[in-house]
Design a protein around this ligand. Structure first.
Ligand SMILES: C[S@@+](CC[C@H](N)C(=O)[O-])C[C@H]1O[C@@H](n2cnc3c(N)ncnc32)[C@H](O)[C@@H]1O
Length: 557
């Protein structure tokens, strides 16, 4: 969203962007979970569950996962107003847009070129989200607004009751001349239904049934009304059985050029009826030549309702209300089927009860989920544990013949690298040990953290010949000389240290920076939660005419 759009959505605070600290992730072994033994040869163990605010978590993932996620599914808070009673509408709405925009911008960077993002919302924000998503992904990358039927009857308290949610879909990129995004090109079709297959039949013909097998009859004429009549597509075609010349019906023309019709005729791909007396031939589309799946329609009536997801909650946690807003696994399964293949990464940064991870896991995809609420521990971990143990009989378990296996690693966000000391100066947080410090500084400096087992000064690298070394030590001239000699010509070493003696120009293979000074201006420090929790929000402005009783006291000298 760097370029100014001619047409754009504006809101309070749109131009303010957080300067996010790229935190490191700390693995919690006690909360990670893996199957005791392999169930199949392709079990996946490197899934990630991250506890914390998703803006920081996405920033934390960016270095490793930029350009690697095939499918993002998010089911963010719908902004129904319930959580924001004390805010006037404009502020609430603006905050929601800012929350989503900041996350969307990082999410976009995580997608593969043929990746896609799927966002579920209701009428509260879906239409604003369409405009916002177009700003981030580009209007040409919009794929569809799918209507998902979520309940079987309208709510009684409305005259027109919504029974569907929107699922807005964008692809990451679209080559200039192409009609479709790379994502749509890569999408999987839906399996053919029996009803669709029933259209392909063996039809009687004067020369006997076509040996190429069952086919479907396709109209060869097009409606010529409304300026769509094409003169060159209006010509006579000879019926090979009757010898009669037939013409398109009044108001229509052929769909195909004269040459193409001749080719179809010569290849016996035109069907002239049981006795060969038809006056309008039909084109044969052989089952063997038809596409192997079906286009997905944009209205989904068969992917489970909210009540099915709640019933699944009951089987998992003993009560329906265990989690209030779960999505059915069937819905996630449809999205994941279309957008990914086994082994691809699927990301959900509003994890909730863990439906996306559960569906992805059962379908053999890799997954990352982020959840800020305590239900990360009370719901997602127990649910994924059951999935891994093969003891969750609900959702898509039968449809995928899921038997269990695989695992996930649990992570939490590291605290901020810098904190204020008692004099208000930013200093390295004492909670950081040497390894954490090295990893955090690597991340800030854009190096991949990969400590060498043999060379103490190789903590990370940015290329084959470019390394970094992080230490809080004060390095002497002798130490720097030794490091410079060890690094040697053809390689370079960035040293981030507490302090150093000597002139940098004496060490041609080293670049020397002091920490924390060198990272101070890189981002904002100590900001742990960018979520829309009420306590994190700025105070709502007083309503017009509403007296702020404390204003005078605050203003008093
Ligand atoms: C509508 S629920 C998602 C439900 C989920 N699709 C399911 O099937 O269970 C939205 C979730 O996003 C989480 N959430 C909201 N803001 C968040 C944030 N800033 N970081 C991480 N999670 C957040 C909420 O705690 C909630 O669990």
């Amino acid at each position: 969203m760097t370029q100014k759009q001619k047409l754009e959505l504006t809101w309070i605070g749109k131009d303010t962007r957080p300067r996010l600290e790229p935190r490191i992730l700390l693995q919690g072994l006690e909360r990670s979970y893996h199957a005791q033994h392999r169930v199949t040869s392709h079990d996946i163990f490197d899934n990630k569950l991250i506890f914390g605010d998703n803006l920081l978590a996405l920033k934390a993932l960016e270095q490793e996962f930029a350009g690697r996620i095939k499918c993002i599914v998010i089911d963010p808070p719908y902004n129904t107003g319930v959580a924001f009673e004390q805010y006037d509408d404009g502020v609430e709405h603006s905050l929601w847009l800012t929350l989503i925009r900041d996350r969307l911008e990082i999410l976009a960077r995580l997608l593969t070129p043929d990746g896609s993002i799927w966002v579920t919302l209701d009428d509260n924000e879906a239409h604003y989200m369409k405009v916002l998503g177009d700003e981030v992904f580009g209007r040409g990358c919009f794929i569809a607004d799918i209507s998902w039927q979520k309940r079987d009857g309208p709510p009684n308290d409305r005259k027109i009751g919504s029974i569907h949610d929107h699922i807005l879909v964008w692809g990451k990129s679209k080559p200039g001349a192409s009609k479709k995004t790379l994502a749509e090109e890569a999408f999987n079709l839906m399996p053919r239904t029996e009803k669709a297959d029933a259209q392909y039949q063996t039809f009687a013909e004067p020369d006997g049934p076509d040996q190429r097998g069952a086919f479907r009859k396709i109209d060869t004429t097009a409606n010529g009304k409304g300026g769509r009549f094409v003169e060159s597509l209006f010509y006579g075609v000879k019926n090979p059985y009757t010898g009669e010349e037939v013409w398109p019906r009044k108001g229509t023309c052929w769909r195909h050029s004269k040459a193409e019709m001749a080719r179809l005729q010569a290849d016996k791909r035109l069907y002239w009826g049981v006795n060969g007396t038809a006056t309008t031939p039909m084109r044969k589309l052989f089952k063997t030549e038809a596409k192997q799946g079906m286009t997905t329609p944009s209205i989904w009536l068969d992917t489970g309702l909210n009540q099915h997801a709640s019933a699944h909650m009951e089987t998992l946690f003993g009560e329906k209300a265990a989690f209030e807003t779960p999505k059915p696994e069937q819905l996630l399964s449809r999205i994941i089927h279309i957008a990914t293949n086994p082994g691809d990464w699927v990301l959900d940064s509003f994890g909730g009860s863990g439906t996306t991870g559960a569906a992805a896991h059962k379908m053999g995809r890799r997954w990352i989920m982020v959840e800020l609420g305590e239900h990360c521990h009370t719901h997602i971990i127990p649910r994924m544990t059951k999935v891994i143990d093969g003891t969750d009989p609900g959702g898509i378990t039968d449809a995928t013949a899921w038997k269990g296996g695989g695992g996930f690693r649990y992570y939490r966000l590291a605290p901020s690298l810098l904190r204020n000391d008692k004099w208000g100066n930013l200093v390295i947080n004492k909670e950081f040990n040497a390894a954490m410090l090295a990893e955090a500084v690597c991340k800030l400096e854009g190096y991949t953290y990969a400590p060498s087992e043999t060379l103490y000064w190789q903590h990370g690298h940015s290329s084959e010949n470019s390394f970094t070394y992080v230490t809080t030590q004060h390095l002497t001239c002798e130490q720097l000389t030794q490091l410079n000699d060890e690094v040697g010509p053809g390689r370079s070493l960035l040293i981030c240290c507490g302090a150093f003696r000597g002139k940098p120009e004496n060490y041609p293979h080293l670049e020397i920076k002091k920490i924390p000074k060198t990272v101070l201006a890189k981002c904002e420090w100590g900001h742990d939660d960018y979520s829309l929790k009420i306590e994190n929000l700025p105070k709502a402005p007083p309503k017009p005419g509403q007296q702020n009783l404390f204003a005078e006291l605050e203003a008093a000298p």
